[in-house]
Design a binder for this molecule. Structure first.
Ligand SMILES: [Ca+2]
Ligand SMILES: [Ca+2]
Ligand SMILES: [Ca+2]
Ligand SMILES: [Ca+2]
Length: 244
């Protein structure tokens, strides 16, 4: 759809569930998850829905693709017995495991330069946001809350990370510096607010919220002001992603 919510088009158009879309940096392709083969697989397609192909090709669950500026797709998989993060080249080639920890390691998000990944891990006992180098080294924890901290989204200027947390009693959106400082709460609503994604100019954040009774897509300014609803549909509207 367009940034004002107009022109909504069904791209994947498949009877199985397709979700979690992620744009390629050039806006010409989309990675997404599909259950059409019986387990979650990472698919890629052109932005008009043509040329769909299975990228992950593994019998275990493969979810949550994130497309880097260097042509890599990071994703989460249970193929080694618990949730770990992996990376695969869209040009073909092998899959590389980035994490190796018995805890859940999930929700990868690339830095704009493709050199680092943000993600969440339960390795300290509950979900916290971490960053690591693109080869999996140097993991550093950014949040420290006994609640769940999920779904980091790296700002286009590389300096801020938005995420969702239930630390204040329900899912709200927050933003912090890439070193974990400067924490700011962006939403304040009793309904769930989740799955943030930045606009290409970094001035707005699109997200999903259940404040109208079911999940709809909203957009707000990056400081949390000016919340506007984009979708209006009884079915689930979730996992927004913004093309440049
Ligand atoms: Ca799979
Ligand atoms: Ca793990
Ligand atoms: Ca936490
Ligand atoms: Ca909320």
């Amino acid at each position: 759809m367009a940034a004002d919510g107009a022109g909504q088009t069904n791209l994947s158009n498949n009877p199985a569930d397709d979700w979690e879309p992620a744009w390629s940096p050039d806006g010409r392709r989309i990675a997404f998850v599909s259950n059409r083969d019986g387990t979650g697989e990472i698919y890629v397609m052109n932005s008009d829905g043509s040329g769909q192909r299975n990228l992950s090709n593994h019998p275990d669950r493969d979810w949550f693709p994130a497309w880097s500026s260097t042509g890599q797709v990071a994703f989460e998989s249970q193929r080694d017995g618990n949730w770990e993060l992996y990376v695969i080249s869209t040009a073909g080639g092998g899959t590389t495991r980035l994490t190796n920890n018995p805890a859940d390691d999930m929700d990868p998000a690339w830095s704009p330069d493709g050199r680092r990944l943000a993600f969440y891990s339960t390795r300290s006992g509950n979900a916290e946001i971490y960053v690591m180098n693109a080869d999996g080294s140097g993991a550093t924890r950014l949040t420290d809350s006994p609640s769940d901290d999920w779904h980091p989204a790296w700002s286009p200027n590389g300096q801020r990370i938005a995420f969702q947390s239930n630390r204040d009693g329900n899912w709200e959106l927050y933003v912090m510096d890439v070193d974990g400082g400067g924490l700011t709460r962006l939403t304040n609503h009793p309904a769930d607010d989740q799955n943030p994604a930045w606009s290409p100019d970094g001035r707005q954040i699109v997200f999903a919220s259940k404040r109208a009774g079911n999940a709809e897509i909203y957009v707000m300014n990056a400081d949390g002001s000016g919340v506007t609803r984009l979708t209006n549909h009884d079915a689930l509207d979730d996992w927004p992603a913004w093309s440049r």
